[in-house]
Design a protein around this ligand. Structure first.
Ligand SMILES: [Zn+2]
Ligand SMILES: [Zn+2]
Length: 86
């Protein structure tokens, strides 16, 4: 599970957040977007959120973060750990 904007996996310092439209992005991307455009606009479905909807007010997507951490664990523990420089 990775953020569709920065393609980084969700993590504790990259918390997944649900937008009101149902799409999920990491807090870092949402905060950058909020700083630039003073509101959150979903890049996938173009849903504009009210300016008072701030990244920290959106609900966390624990499922996405859980999947991401499991995926990272598998990568680190898996048999293919020679292929780190993809
Ligand atoms: Zn992101
Ligand atoms: Zn959306």
């Amino acid at each position: 599970m990775e953020c569709p904007m920065c393609y980084e996996f969700y993590a504790l310092d990259r918390v997944a957040r649900n937008l009101l439209c149902g799409h999920t992005y990491c807090t870092i991307c949402l905060e950058t977007m909020y700083k630039v455009s003073k509101r959150i606009e979903c890049p996938i479905c173009r849903t504009k959120h009210e300016p008072n909807v701030k990244p920290n007010n959106l609900s966390k997507n624990f499922v996405a973060m859980d999947l991401a951490s499991k995926h990272l664990e598998e990568q680190q523990a898996g048999p293919f750990n020679n292929q780190k420089n993809i």
